[in-house]
Write a protein that binds this ligand. Structure first.
Ligand SMILES: [Zn+2]
Length: 477
């Protein structure tokens, strides 16, 4: 991830420069120890755009849908007050997850690689949500202000570094010398960690999970990385000490037995993520096949094998495996989407379309199904229908850059040039490229010409984006 270096260096310089104390954002307003929820919300959105411009992301709709629904389920029984969340899935095999002020939830692909059950996955997120609900970030602001460091910038640097992986010595060195590290230390003080564990365990139990998953995961991580000179960033900030394990074990054992430890859905999604980080589809196929040889009833391994075979071009073998899975569970969305994927790869577009339409009658609001439907319509040159489908998708996901990307593509194909520029502007703004976003709206305005209502709407949006850009500049010092 060498492309991160120049920006991080810039960031490091900003953090080190003493000159910006005067125009610190109102974040650390001296009259109040904590940031107001509305300030947090706005800054969080701006900061997310900036983060998106810095790290590679996973845009698999099934993975996004799983993370979003599982986190919302936890949040429902958590102490998080402001439940307007936005998500980012970071394309890194390093173990990490965070819940940042403003309701930004980030999950690395590596969380799925390390958490062997849904309960383990949920225990990391419940812990992170507890940092958010207990305002461990905001409490640090006072201290930050004394050090004249803009908190969000420091936080961003810390997360970009975590995403890049602790293994990158260059980046780690920058982090080590800069305020990001100090910020991280404060947030992850022993007291805050204990509190996040305690509240996280309560949250797990209320959400119907077995909280014993938390100590189980800690124990395994401690064993796994005991002799590792370069443990993942998450373990550097969250050391799993003997006393921490014992403490969480004691607390978790007080919960009533019978909570959920794992789900089939988690394992299927985990197989998707494992395949992303497999060097070749062939290696993935080999690993899933070995699991299947051991236990021919292992449907997760069969699903993983089918996906690896689709990726590797063994389409007939994939078809046979999916046939077995679909015979058992004909309405499982995940299996049906794999079959759709196979049919698209095989250029059997009408078959895929029929399947998606049938599934959508059962699950009309499902994001992955709706997303692949748009893909299919575009592949069959049915742009006007795709555009209509996207208008619907935008209602439920108005701030999803992946959706705006598809909108731009679709409007381009259907000849809606003004709409194309507007959609591109929204996409670029969401991924933190304000210069391009504002430029796209210039193009749109030029095309709109004398259509006054339209050009003044575009103008208003452009002013909003300029304001957001200014806010980000302020935030970064
Ligand atoms: Zn923590």
């Amino acid at each position: 991830m060498t492309f991160l270096r120049p920006t991080l260096l810039t960031l490091a310089c900003l953090l080190a420069s003493p000159g910006f104390a005067d125009d610190l954002p109102s974040l650390g307003d001296a009259s109040s120890a904590i940031v107001s929820p509305q300030q947090e919300h706005q800054l969080g959105r701006a900061w997310l755009a900036l983060l998106r411009s810095q790290v590679a992301q996973l845009n698999d709709p099934q993975l996004k849908d799983y993370v979003e629904s599982s986190v919302y389920r936890l949040v429902e029984t958590s102490q998080v007050n402001d439940r307007r969340l936005e998500f980012i899935l970071i394309n890194s095999p390093q173990l990490n997850a965070f819940a940042a002020p403003g309701g930004i939830v980030g999950v690395n692909g590596g969380l799925f690689l390390n958490a062997q059950t849904e309960g383990e996955y949920a225990s990391v997120l419940a812990h992170e949500l507890a940092h958010l609900s207990q305002r461990h970030f905001a409490r640090g602001v006072e201290a930050q202000q004394r050090m004249q460091v803009p908190m969000m910038a420091a936080l961003l640097a810390g997360i970009v570094i975590a995403a890049a992986g602790a293994g990158d010595a260059g980046i780690a060195a920058i982090a080590g010398t800069q305020a990001a590290a100090i910020q991280e230390q404060r947030r992850f003080s022993r007291q805050n960690e204990q509190e996040a564990d305690r509240i996280g365990i309560l949250n797990l139990e209320k959400a119907g999970y077995d909280p014993r998953s938390m100590p189980t995961m800690f124990e395994r991580l401690a064993r796994q990385y005991r002799f590792d000179a370069k443990p993942p960033e998450f373990l550097l900030t969250h050391p799993v000490t003997e006393s921490r394990i014992a403490d969480t074990r004691n607390r978790a054992e007080q919960a009533k037995p019978g909570g959920v430890e794992d789900t089939m859905r988690y394992q299927l999604i985990r197989a998707r993520v494992q395949l992303i980080y497999e060097e070749t589809p062939g290696l993935g196929a080999k690993r899933f096949r070995a699991q299947l040889d051991e236990n021919p009833k292992n449907d997760v391994a069969r699903y993983g094998l089918a996906l690896a075979q689709i990726k590797g071009g063994q389409l007939n073998e994939a078809r046979e495996n999916l046939k077995l899975l679909l015979a058992k569970s004909p309405n499982e969305i995940i299996y049906n989407l794999a079959q759709v994927d196979l049919d698209i790869t095989n250029n059997r577009l009408p078959d895929a379309q029929t399947r998606v339409d049938r599934m959508l009658t059962q699950y009309p609001g499902n994001y992955p199904l709706n997303s692949v439907r748009v893909d299919l319509l575009l592949k069959q040159n049915r742009a006007p229908e795709a555009e209509k489908a996207l208008e619907n998708l935008l209602k439920s996901r108005p701030d999803d850059p992946d959706v705006w990307y598809m909108v731009a593509e679709t409007r381009g194909l259907s000849g809606n040039i003004i709409g194309l520029h507007q959609a591109r502007a929204e996409y670029f703004a969401l991924v933190g490229d304000y210069r391009q976003a504002i430029q796209q709206l210039d193009f749109a305005k030029r095309k709109a010409g004398t259509n006054f209502p339209l050009s003044s709407r575009i103008d208003a949006r452009q002013r909003e984006l300029m304001e957001q850009e200014r806010m980000i500049k302020d935030m970064m010092g």
